[in-house]
Design a protein around this ligand. Sequence first.
Ligand SMILES: Cc1cc2nc3c(=O)[nH]c(=O)nc-3n(C[C@H](O)[C@H](O)[C@H](O)COP(=O)(O)OP(=O)(O)OC[C@H]3O[C@@H](n4cnc5c(N)ncnc54)[C@H](O)[C@@H]3O)c2cc1C
Length: 436
Amino acid sequence: MHAPRVAEKATPYWWEAAPLEPPPQRPLPKNLDVLIVGAGYAGLSAGLVLAREGRSVAAFDAMDPGEGASTRNGGITSGSIRPDYATLTRRFGEEKALTIEAEGKAAREFLYDFIKTEGLACEFQPVGQFKGAFGYEQYEAMARTAERLAKKLGIEAYAVPYAEQRKYIGTDVYRGGTVRMDIGGLHPAKFHAELLRVALTSGVTVHARTPVVSIERDGGGFRVITAVGPVNARQVLVCTNGYTDGAVPFLRRRLVPVRSRIIATEELAPELMTRLMPKRMMITENREVGFYYRPSPDGRRILLGGRDSSRVGDPVAPKLRLRNGLVKLFPELESVRLSHSWFGNVAMNRDMIPRIFEKDGIVYATGFCGSGVVWAPWIGMHAAHKLMGHDAQARTAFDFRPPAFIPFYRGNPWFLPVFIQTYRMRDRIALWRASR
Ligand SMILES: Cc1cc2nc3c(=O)[nH]c(=O)nc-3n(C[C@H](O)[C@H](O)[C@H](O)COP(=O)(O)OP(=O)(O)OC[C@H]3O[C@@H](n4cnc5c(N)ncnc54)[C@H](O)[C@@H]3O)c2cc1C
């Protein structure tokens, strides 16, 4: 047996083709219509809409723009909502539950249309997504969901029985699965770079490596203290998601940053890729802490991601866990070398629903729960309209109350390793039950 080798690069595979390129430093503005905190997908999407409507707008980022989750993610355009349809119905009633699901469809279509009309070169591939079931009962339930999505929302979704699974994926681990053709993949760092390009050309000023330190009320507007000086802004939009820090304490106590990690394999032989991923689809699983994986846009390697329960440093164990998971799925990859392994933060709130909300005059666009490739541009765009008082365009099922307060939590998620282990245990029990 080959000893697993540790990955060579700790930076995202995506940065090879699209390295972070911060825009040139600009002088600090004195007054702004809108100041945006965070220049990931959400902040830039909002800024773009505001600038095109003639607002003076600047986005400040503590790191290089995109250095947060927006250039680290898997690029899967899932637009999923964590609570399943039954839970949403229980919480909000059937009408609102369906509105939320329908908005996922609208948000994906918005993204695809945006990429096309703006000419964003981000290797978007509408290849579909396969979701693997770990047991026959789960498969039946997932098949019913696919049927409902097809019937109620007109989404091309269907079940794939175990006997036909290998047409979609070269593993026998699942007991069948479902396919959704409304989901695809893009190159996340190229998408961010292109979004940055159009935001800048539309008139958004982006200040890299300029953290916002605090936000204070000042008459009818705000006085925002940045690391290089104060700025007066009529309005403030917070788009800090999984990187929220002490500058926005209200949000920090309501949002839990969770590490998500991705490994990339070295280039694989074309015949092997065709055997393992015959349709080059995006893949996900029906586990609480399952894997998500995909071929690289050039179809030459596999990128596999999952939760990482570490909180400090860059320990080896989470990389090995993903690597072992990859080999369980595809035993042929037992001796494969990894080229990259990296992590970034996703942001979870208590009800696991993304949202726009307002608190003390500040607008927040946040809580994407690991699905922000679709949600962040959509929610960012709606937040911009909300700031401009465009009621019709701002309307969304995700204009919510603030996320619930998390008891005994001030921004240090000490409980995370225990939580993730509990979910993994629940997955193991479900797997054991399914195999009986
Ligand atoms: C490994 C990984 C895999 C993922 N895979 C997928 C996927 O396949 N599909 C999907 O849909 N989603 C995925 N996601 C989630 C997705 O990447 C995020 O939801 C999305 O990028 C969030 O965008 P954002 O603009 O809200 O936040 P971010 O891109 O995280 O940007 C927030 C920014 O705020 C800045 N900031 C924070 N505090 C301050 C401050 N005080 N002053 C100035 N700036 C500040 C940070 O520097 C950061 O750049 C993944 C995430 C990770 C980490």
